[in-house]
Design a protein around this ligand. Structure first.
Ligand code: HEC
Ligand code: HEC
Length: 375
């Protein structure tokens, strides 16, 4: 009897799937869910081989979400699939574009119904190393938590998770993909939490640095920086012993991740009282007034590709960013003590920009593993 079920179970599964292939994903009846309907599909997850870059910290992976090839593939599909939005017109990738290191080149991003996000889209790079929380204000503790939010965000994808789950269950491929990634035994076990886990797995593989000149020259020692880049490097790391000005950057943008994982006020707005910041930033999360106007110091990897800059995209170019830091920024009661005017001549400013461009890693943006799997 067992043998019989085993043998014919396969035939039935095959028939069910054959059927599904012909049903458009949104049509009801595309693959009627039955209990245990996925059990005969192979569940044999392969541990993902995460690269370990020299000098980089070890990534902390949650015990309940190990990275597997199958999970990463599913996460990548979900990241690029407009099925996550209310009218199937937008995906995560609409605001996180590979060619812009997964930022989008806009000051504010246009969401699914034409509204604009309140802050500038963030590049998705090395997010697996994040320890202070995701977003400009760190309000999501983990990638798994973060991935749940855009779907139901009124501006962003403005869909409901229960609808999205229904679309997955009726879809010709997703039930199999969820089975292969997480070992679920029936379509009814597909949840938003599993979808978020898969997206988080994909994002953890998005490690940047290896293809940059900085990595080859300053970490591996295989190449030399140009004189301009080297001067920029010395100023960035306060390492010239007085021969060049100290630009203080590394305190908040520490190598090799180029962030210190903290929230700071780098002098973007001039306010007399900390209650008056136009965007409360970290203070809106902690409800601690002294945190108002503080934002995550973002990574500077691929910074050449992610304009415009800052949480509100106010600077169009790296030259404008350097002008801002040279001036010390605007005063407010909690402006960071490291923000002071720096006297930089035109050549020194250009050298800092030249150094920032050594952090460009085009192998990251062109990596076939991070491109749209539906193309
Ligand atoms: C409409 C545009 C839009 C869409 C769609 C969108 N995002 Fe974002 N994303 C943003 C913006 C804007 C921010 C910064 C918001 C903030 O800090 O308040 C952001 C921030 C993030 C961050 C934080 C990065 C960091 O370093 O802290 C991650 C991760 C992320 N998005 C992933 C996703 C995923 C996954 C999806 C799809 C489920 C998605 N985004 C859909 C615009 C978008
Ligand atoms: C006191 C800490 C601090 C110092 C010093 C500092 N930064 Fe920043 N940096 C930040 C913070 C915080 C942000 C994000 C601010 C925001 O958007 O509100 C930021 C943002 C940036 C951005 C824009 C990133 C993006 O993705 O939009 C660049 C570029 C940058 N810094 C470069 C530098 C350089 C170059 C130096 C040295 C001249 C420097 N920073 C010094 C804290 C600092």
């Amino acid at each position: 009897m067992r043998k019989f079920i085993f043998k014919f179970g396969w035939v039935i599964i095959l028939l069910v799937f054959q059927n599904c292939k012909e049903c458009p994903p949104d049509e009801p009846g595309g693959g009627e869910p039955t209990i245990g309907d996925l059990e005969n599909i192979d569940y044999n997850p392969t541990p993902y081989d995460l690269p370990q870059l020299v000098d980089f910290p070890q990534m902390l992976i949650p015990d309940d979400n190990p990275i597997t090839d199958q999970g990463v593939l599913l996460g990548r599909m979900l990241f690029f699939d407009p099925i996550l939005s209310v009218d199937s017109s937008m995906s995560c990738a609409s605001c996180h574009l590979a060619e812009q290191a997964f930022a989008d080149g806009q000051r504010f991003s246009r969401g699914v119904e034409g509204g604009f996000t309140g802050r500038s889209s963030m590049a998705i790079m090395n997010v697996g190393f994040n320890r202070h929380g995701l977003f400009w204000d760190g309000r999501s503790a983990t990638l798994e938590d973060q991935a749940l939010l855009p779907v139901e965000d009124e501006i962003e994808l403005h869909e409901d998770w229960p609808n999205v789950i229904e679309k997955f269950r009726r879809h010709p491929d997703y039930p199999t993909k969820f089975r292969e990634a997480f070992g679920i035994s029936s379509k009814s076990e597909i949840t938003k939490e599993l979808a978020a886990k898969a997206i988080a797995q994909f994002e953890r593989t998005m490690i940047v640095g290896e293809g940059s000149k900085f990595y080859r020259a300053q970490i591996l020692g295989e190449e030399q920086l140009s004189d301009e880049e080297l001067n920029g490097h010395l100023m960035f790391f306060d390492a010239s012993r007085g021969f060049l000005p100290d630009a203080q950057c590394f305190h908040c943008h520490a190598a090799p991740l180029f962030t210190d994982s903290d929230f700071r006020n780098n002098g973007l707005d001039s306010v007399a009282n900390v209650a008056d910041f136009p965007d409360l930033g970290r203070g809106g999360v902690t409800n601690f007034q002294w945190d108002n106007g503080k934002f995550a110091a973002p990574t500077l990897w691929n910074i050449e590709l992610t304009a415009p800059y800052m949480h509100d995209g106010r600077f169009q170019t790296l030259e404008e960013v350097i002008e801002h830091y040279a001036s010390g920024g605007h005063w407010s009661p909690n402006r960071d003590a490291l923000m002071d005017s720096i006297s930089l001549d035109a050549e020194q400013k250009a050298d800092l920009v030249a150094f920032l461009k050594t952090l460009t890693d085009t192998s990251f943006i062109n990596n076939p593993a991070f491109q749209d799997p539906f193309k």
